[in-house]
Design a protein around this ligand. Sequence first.
Ligand code: PEP
Length: 243
Amino acid sequence: MRQLIAGNWKMFGKLADVTGFAAAMNAAPAGVDLLICPPFTLLERFAAALKGSAVALGAQDCHPTPQGAHTGDISAAMLAETGATHVILGHSERRADHGENNAVIRAKAEAAITAGLTPIVCVGETGAEREAGEAEHVVRSQIQHSLPPGFAGVVAYEPVWAIGTGRTPTAEDVTAMHAAIRAALAAQFGAVGNAVRILYGGSVKPGNAGALLALPEVGGALVGGASLQAEDFLAIARSALRG
Ligand code: PEP
């Protein structure tokens, strides 16, 4: 399976950053799928700048309903209209900042699929949960409750304690968790579950990407901070080919 390297710009980036970043993506290596997920305000500009490029465009959240009186929210259909093809859902920052639970994330994933978007659903344990030996249990439960029936999207395993900290789990821990996620997906969705890409996310940098992407069942990376610099993002993409 080709690897997917997805960049999550979070609440960073200005209109003036788009053209240069998109132009740098002309040097993207073939053989790996690239996706950039900027803030809502940059989607249309990115869609225009990436026209004709192999780099796909995604958003960072959507509302579970197609339209309505939801001030400040954006529906999946609205995202699709901008040219986005993917949407990140259930990122731990949204779970923490906006109280999103598995049921809400599942409803958002259903809305995304209905609008023709590929959902990237994030799961991952906190540091306290890992220390308590609860990591796999927590992640299995998130898989069970936040993915809708027939889920044919992407799952991102992002240990909360590794996001933006410079810390990463050991190779053994990543391998064990990705195997557990694969088993949970296969049990829940059968053959469809075997085709779901499982990304690793949490402090992926050019210096550690090769080792992480080479691990079994790691189908790519969800990259936060390092995706803001085109050169770092491309270096991570090149590592995927060596993985
Ligand atoms: C993320 O926010 O999805 C993420 C993985 O961030 P970082 O790469 O900065 O740890």
